[in-house]
Design a protein around this ligand. Sequence first.
Ligand SMILES: [Zn+2]
Length: 290
Amino acid sequence: MFRTASSRRTAATLCASLSAFTSYHYYLFLQSTSTPPDPRERLAIARLPSLAAAQRTPVLRIPGFLSAPECDALLSLSQTPPVSSEAGSFSRDAFGVRHASTLLEAPWRTAYLHSSPSFCTKHLPPLLARVRAAVAERCYARGSPLLAALPGGAPALAGLGARTVEVHESVGGGGLVDERHFDGGSIFTVDILLTSDFTGGRFATLEIDEDGKEELVEQEFNKGDLIIFLSHKYHTVKKVTGGRRATFVMELWETDEQRTCPHRCCQRYGECTYSKADVLMDRMLGAVDE
Ligand SMILES: [Zn+2]
C-alpha cells in the first residue's frame, strides 16, 4: 500500500478529487496509482456495487432511531472536549470546496469523530453495534434490494467496519451541491439527522429510471431518523437557508481494521500516517481531502 507520506498524500488527494469532483468510480482511483493495493483491497472492491445498480436501490428509513435527547447528546458530545479537541475537522465553503477557515466563515463543518481516542474507546462500540443491528434489520432481510445490488452478496456484518464517523454541521448557504456525489469505496452509508431547527437542507437522491430519465427526489428525513442507502447511490443535500442542520454519518466498508486518521480514509488495510499535522498542512496549502 502507500508506504510514504508523499505517496499517501497523493493517493488521499486523488481519492477525494475523484469522489468529490468527478464522481468517478473508486476502483479507477486505485488503478491510477502506481503501487498495487493490498490483495484484500481488490477483493473488497470487487464486491462493491456498480454505480448503475446502486442508483436503482431505495433509501431505507428507520423513524425515531434516536430520541431527541439522544440526538442532542450526540451533537453535544461532538462539540465538547475531549472529543471536539481530539477529532480532526475541516470546513467547506458554499460551493462544497474545502475551506481553511472556521464555521463562522464557512457554512459546512465536518468533524471526524473516529479520530478521537475518547470517542473510539467509549462511544463508538455501542453506536457501531446499534448501526449494525439496524443494517441487519433493514438490509439483510430476505429479498432486500440493497443486498441484491451487491455482486458478492451479503458481506458478513461483523466484517463491516466504520470507515468514517462524522458529524456535519451546516448553516445558511451550506450544502452538498454535487447531485452525483457518492461515497466511493464504502458499502452502506448511514445518516442520522440530529437537529430540526433549520430550513432548506433537504436530503435528496438522484433517481434514474430505465430510460435514463433523471429526477432529484427529496427523501423524508426527520430529527432522530436513521437512513441507510448503498454508498454508491447518488445523494445530495440542498443548501441550508436558515438555522443549523447537523447530521451524524457513518460509512461501513469491508475491513476488520478501525481507521483513526483524521479524514475519510481511502486505505482499507495497513497503517495510514495521515495526521492532524497533515490536516493543518493541507489547510495551508488548500489541498482537497475528504
Ligand atoms: Zn487515513
